[in-house]
Ligand binder design. Structure first.
Ligand code: CA
Length: 252
């Protein structure tokens, strides 16, 4: 711990007040120190040799099962690189939390933020079913893909009109108390405020049918990045809450 603190201070001094700097991560894992807005963001283990991005092509259940748990109450089928997920009940793919199976839980830091992207379309959805459940270690937000609109919520709720019946690329970016959604590269929804921090729920990253309503979505691919370069990410790091240690969903 002492060595880590010394290294942190030295790196902080060397970076001074740079807006953002990043030390090249060790190739075989170790400790990463980042400076955001002049402040050292606490060390982060990099067990994947500095990898912060992951992507799934939806080719098969086997592809997903390597890093996602499957909670099935309806169906997931895979055909020509498209996953059709959902039905009358929950059909969830949840990022695994057992050791060395979740890049998300190994690297996510809410003070740095995340970018999740997916190309998908809504086949049928009573609002609240098809979506994503995103826990970043301090807060949880839900993303809704509904017929004719997309949004974020729980307990707050903000929606935007979108023709979700066509395949579109959705980008969900978040950091601290800020979140926004882009559709095909255009911002359709952006919100910042303490209400975005009030959502409490299971510590997991999930996509599919979340079980709140009937619904089916078709997913072409999904990716995330836990070290994105976010534009206008809201508060400065000095204002951000400390990382709260959460216990991700236990293995079952
Ligand atoms: Ca695909």
């Amino acid at each position: 711990m002492a060595m880590t603190r010394i290294a942190t201070v030295l790196l902080a001094l060397s970076f001074g007040c740079a807006a953002r700097a990043q030390v090249d991560p060790p190739p075989q894992g170790g400790v990463l120190v980042e400076v955001v807005g002049g402040e050292v963001v606490e060390t982060v283990e990099t067990p994947r040799g500095g990898a912060y991005q992951a992507r799934w092509e939806m080719d098969s259940a086997a592809e997903l099962s390597q890093s996602w748990w499957h909670w099935s109450g309806a169906s997931s089928t895979f055909e020509q690189g498209i996953a059709t997920i959902g039905g009358r009940s929950y059909e969830e793919w949840m990022q695994r939390t057992d050791k060395n199976q979740s890049l998300w839980w190994e690297t996510i830091d809410p003070r740095i933020g995340f970018r999740i992207q997916t190309r998908m379309r809504v086949v049928q959805a009573d609002c609240g079913g098809v979506g994503m459940w995103i826990h970043d270690g301090t807060r949880m937000v839900k993303v809704f893909f509904c017929e004719g609109e997309v949004g974020v919520g729980y307990p707050f709720r903000h929606m935007a009109d979108v023709d979700t019946s066509q395949f579109r690329t959705y980008t969900i970016e978040g950091r601290a108390d800020w979140i926004r959604i882009l559709v095909d590269g255009e911002v359709v929804l952006e919100h910042r405020g303490p209400d975005t921090l009030s959502g409490a729920g299971t510590a997991t990253l999930t996509f599919g049918n979340l079980g709140g309503a009937a619904g089916v979505g078709q997913w072409d691919w999904l990716s995330y990045d836990t070290r994105p370069e976010l534009v206008d990410p809201g508060q400065s790091p000095q204002q951000l809450p400390s990382v709260v240690q959460v216990d991700p969903l236990p293995r079952f």
